[in-house]
Ligand binder design. Structure first.
Ligand SMILES: [Zn+2]
Length: 453
């Protein structure tokens, strides 16, 4: 594919810029380019790596070092300090240690222990905590690896016929793997895929996203774009037009009417969802969001929930959809439906927690929704601050695109509840939450209003 042919992603590689950079600088450059296009990956989502040869600080010997985006941070804004670097040989040696573990396999303590041991492979005292995805990058035997969450590819990854469609779109170039929680075992799966399919250049991670590789960094970047472009074109060829999401059931209110309705309900609604902890809301009412919330299929699809783990960690297992008719019902009816909807949502969330919890699961978190969908108005996303609520809104926007694509080419499938729960309440995720800086004393309490005078 030549660079001018990309329609669904932005090609930004500039040889002149890359030529000025050292090897790590080129990895950062590639990461920033991938992260800058929301169709390639979501905010904070995905990671990149390069296996470079460096001198060991003690022996001076040349060793292979894996530079991989560390835990937290965002590809678009990543700098050198956002990458961890690890001895590749030591990472590989974890496999023989793991093989000796008595009770191993996906989601075992032995598996989680391997992720913790990755920190022991640190090269040159780099303090950046390594990501849960480190084994995915280490065990793929190519110099450069990109892992992204493109909406078009997740649509394929969350399709009922994902495996057959992967074959149809990519032939033998890209291999399908069923959903598996990220971690050491998924790294081993990828290693086996590469062994069994030496011609493969990438993998569709079922229910999750894309991973692809090359021995040259520019080739790896171009391959990421090419694979995403192919999925997006396939979806475009099956686009359902006006019948997307089963067609429109309701019409959007015009912007002034939307604003008036939101002004009427938002202060009250914020109080309703903030009973446990205070939230800030972000309204999203662009064309794509409105088409979804107004559609005939919105209640069915909303109930299924989101798919990519990155998405549902913010959007929760599912949003709250309110079946309010913006053409015939008033604000009082909307409030009554929101009250009943919130009550039902909290009960559903508690039931989900009770039915999926394990002996060592952390306590149930706030059962209020973080995303509320209202026909005619759009979506309201909630977070501890403006930035978190904005990202939650972005992620549900991604989920809408994923569902649109999946329903165009097949039918959308969310992750099974237990799998979603095992991510949401994963002890390693809990540890990540605990590591976050403690909120400031007046966080969630003070809002600055600018330009209101
Ligand atoms: Zn991922």
């Amino acid at each position: 594919m030549t660079t001018s042919e990309f329609k669904h992603v932005t090609y930004s590689w500039d040889d002149a810029v890359a030529a000025e950079l050292d090897a790590v600088g080129r990895l950062i450059y590639r990461s920033n380019l991938l992260g800058a296009d929301g169709r390639i990956t979501n905010t904070g989502g995905g990671n990149t790596s390069a296996k470079l040869t460096e001198a060991d600080p003690i022996t001076g010997e040349k060793v292979e070092v894996l530079w991989v985006k560390g835990s937290g941070g965002d590809l678009r804004t990543s700098k050198r300090e956002n990458f961890s670097n690890l001895y590749q040989a030591k990472l590989l040696s974890l496999q023989s240690l793991y093989a000796k573990a008595e009770n191993s396999g996906p989601k075992t303590e032995a598996e989680d222990k391997m992720v913790a041991l990755c920190a022991q492979t640190t090269f040159n005292l780099n303090p950046r905590a390594s990501s849960i995805d480190t084994p995915l990058h280490s065990f793929v035997p190519f110099k450069h690896v990109d892992h992204t969450h493109p909406n078009a590819v997740i649509a394929l990854a969350a399709s009922k016929d994902g495996e057959a469609l992967t074959k149809e779109i990519y032939g033998d170039d890209v291999i399908w793997t069923p959903w598996q929680r990220p971690g050491f075992e998924l790294g081993l799966v990828l290693q086996d895929v590469v062994k069994a399919h030496p011609q493969a250049r990438g993998v569709i991670l079922g229910g999750h996203g894309l991973i692809n590789w090359a021995d040259d960094d520019k080739a790896c970047y171009e391959l990421s774009l090419e694979l995403i472009e192919k999925a997006a074109r396939f979806i475009e060829s099956k686009d359902k037009g006006d019948n997307t999401f089963g067609g429109a059931k309701y019409q959007s209110l015009d912007e002034a009417a939307r604003r008036a309705q939101l002004i009427e309900i938002l202060p009250w609604l914020r109080g309703q969802v903030s009973q446990k902890q205070r939230f800030i809301g972000t309204i999203q009412d662009d064309e794509k969001t409105l088409r979804f919330v107004n559609s005939a299929d919105a209640p069915r699809l909303a109930e299924l929930g989101t798919s990519c783990p990155d998405h549902f960690l913010r959007t929760k297992i599912k949003p709250l959809y309110i079946d309010w008719n913006p053409q015939t019902e008033d604000g009082a009816a909307l409030k009554a439906k929101l009250t009943a909807g919130l009550e039902q949502y909290r009960a559903d969330y508690a039931a989900y927690y009770e039915s999926c919890k394990r002996a060592d699961s952390p306590a149930m978190r706030d059962p209020n929704p973080t995303v509320i969908l209202i026909p005619g108005l759009g979506l309201i996303a909630w977070g501890k601050d403006k930035s978190e609520s904005r990202v939650t809104a972005e992620f549900y926007g991604c989920a809408i695109e994923v569902m649109r694509g999946a329903e165009a080419i097949s039918s959308y499938q969310a992750l099974p509840q237990q799998e979603a729960f095992d991510i949401e309440y994963w002890l390693l995720e809990e540890a990540k939450l605990q590591r976050m800086p403690k909120e400031k004393e007046l966080a969630r309490q003070v809002i600055a209003v600018i330009g209101a005078g």
